[in-house]
Design a binder for this molecule. Structure first.
Ligand code: AMP
Ligand code: ZN
Length: 498
């Protein structure tokens, strides 16, 4: 039996992880809707699943990790109300919807890379799987759980709920869920208030539309994940993940669709990450409190006192368990920066010791035992629902011991060579492979800040003297290097790396 325990939203408890096929894991994570830049809240979810993916591989599993790109079908409201996000943005910016998709997909990948997130093994797009989504919607109709009204296909939630509990994932009864939704208006085509669209009839304002048995239209957002997870991971797979905000509607609908289509629940374990907040309010585009990763890396956000490196931000996230909320603030980032530096300095010292140092006859058995115990805790904490925060706490207990050996207040011979080797290999595996951290050259980071400020000041002086040749030269040559200058309100100038 596996030692790994994970918290399953479906059962509301920690369960031992047993994969369907020995040594293999099928992991599906809902990806971004690429109609705007990802904010730091989105990044928290993707970083959390990157660490889960890395840890499963560290345990020796072969993982098929599927994370989709939602490039069609996401309406503004999660329950199919409002405009289609892509058409709206395309009209606003006078671009092709696929130009919107391309721009934000490229941006998303760049941000993932900066955070040192591994790419998923398959990254399917909604637009690339229209046929699969139509087929699934048709099967749901054929099985008696879908109905067509005027070119739109709906899922019949009340009928489904007579056989299977619709609100199973969040433990809610249908009556309670109904209370939280508005009454059907006279215009509504749906039979039931909770019914959701599998396929949506397209009007002329919808720039992306495809032929279907029900006329021209586009797929609903929920069917996309059901169709693509089935295609690449099968009718039932091991783990499905996403942010907590997706559980009540998107994932609830995914379960209903798979049950109605294939008579099986799609995933055995449902993992949900908690939200990144700012002053206690969930970070979201609609709340207007979304920090862009680039604003952190350049320090250009008005609420930030300085720039923070991607590794610093990643470390800040690792310090909190993925199921707890995490509040974003200058102070927390500064503390994380100090913490990471302290840990990384100790790690570099540890790795600089030659292999085989220590004494076969460890000079301090108690200390040797203590060190081995703390190192063993790394796996124990990760096996306890991926508790990165507690792994770091164990590492920080080892830091003063490493420092004392470096300062020679403790002799290296206090430890046995096996203990030293174990510590070296576990620190390396955890910091680099599982946590995905890389060395940050803070000195370089600080120097770059200084150089940029100098260039901005020279440019300001040049403009003041009407020396536009110099001011343009600075702007253009920086642009060639991929650094953009932006004029802010009040004459301030900020900069960002493309
Ligand atoms: P979206 O592109 O809006 O579908 O979101 C992509 C992912 O980010 C989903 O898994 C969301 O649950 C997650 N997410 C959105 N806001 C936050 C937040 N403030 N903190 C953590 N995850 C979030
Ligand atoms: Zn999804």
């Amino acid at each position: 039996m596996s030692d790994l325990k994970l918290y399953n939203t479906l059962s509301r408890q920690k369960e031992s992880f047993e994969p369907i096929t020995a040594d293999h894991v099928g992991l599906y994570v809902c990806g971004p809707t690429v109609y705007s830049d990802v904010h730091l809240g989105n990044c928290r979810t993707f970083i959390s699943f990157d660490i889960i993916y890395r840890y499963l591989r560290y345990l020796g599993y072969k993982v098929r990790y599927v994370r989709n790109i939602t490039d069609a079908g996401h309406l503004e409201g999660d329950r199919d109300e409002g405009d289609d996000k892509f058409s709206k943005k395309a009209r606003l910016e006078r671009l092709e919807p696929m130009e919107i998709v391309q721009r934000y997909t490229v941006g998303f990948h760049k941000v993932m890379q900066l955070f040192n997130n591994e790419p998923p093994t398959i990254e399917p797009t909604a637009t690339g799987h229209i046929t699969e989504q139509i087929r699934m919607a048709q099967q749901i109709i054929d099985n008696g759980y879908g109905y067509v009204v005027n070119g739109t296909v709906y899922f019949d939630v009340e009928k489904y709920n007579k056989e299977k509990p619709y609100g199973i994932l969040t433990n809610r009864k249908l009556e309670d869920l109904l209370e939280g939704t508005r009454e059907l208006g006279g215009q509504d085509e749906k039979k039931g208030r909770l019914d959701f669209a599998l396929w949506i009839k397209a009007g002329p304002e919808h720039l992306m539309q495809w032929p279907s048995p029900w006329g021209m239209g586009f797929p609903g957002w929920h069917i996309e994940c059901s169709a693509m997870s089935e295609k690449y991971l099968g009718k039932q797979f091991d783990i499905h993940g996403g942010g907590m905000d997706l559980a009540a509607t998107h994932h609830t609908n995914e379960i209903a669709q798979s049950q109605a289509c294939y008579h099986t629940s799609p995933a055995r374990y449902w993992l949900h990450t908690n939200m990144l907040t700012v002053n206690g309010v969930r970070m979201s585009k609609s709340a207007g409190n979304g920090f862009l990763p680039e604003e952190l890396f350049s320090g250009s956000h008005p609420l930030l006192e300085k720039a923070y490196s991607p590794m610093n931000v990643r470390f800040f996230m690792l310090q909190t368990h993925y199921r707890s909320t995490l509040d974003f603030s200058n102070e927390a980032l500064q503390a994380a920066e100090k913490g990471l530096k302290r840990l990384w300095d100790a790690y570099e010292k540890l790795m600089s010791w030659e292999t085989g140092v220590g004494s076969q006859e460890s000079g301090d058995k108690e200390l040797d035992e203590k060190v081995r115990g703390l190192v063993a805790e790394f796996d124990e904490h990760m096996n306890d629902d991926f508790n990165t925060a507690r792994v770091l706490a164990s590492m920080f207990e080892l830091v003063p011991i490493i420092n004392s050996i470096k300062d020679k207040t403790i002799a290296i011979t206090a430890l046995s060579p096996d203990t030293v080797t174990l510590m070296q290999s576990k620190f390396k595996s955890y910091l680099e492979d599982v946590f995905g951290l890389k060395a940050v050259n803070e000195a370089d980071n600080g120097k770059l800040q200084g150089v940029m400020q100098l260039l901005i000041d020279i440019r300001k002086e040049a403009k003041g003297k009407k020396d536009f040749a110099t001011s343009d030269k600075i702007r253009n040559q920086l642009a060639e290097l991929g650094i953009t200058l932006k004029d802010e309100k009040g004459g301030e100038i900020s900069w960002g790396i493309e």
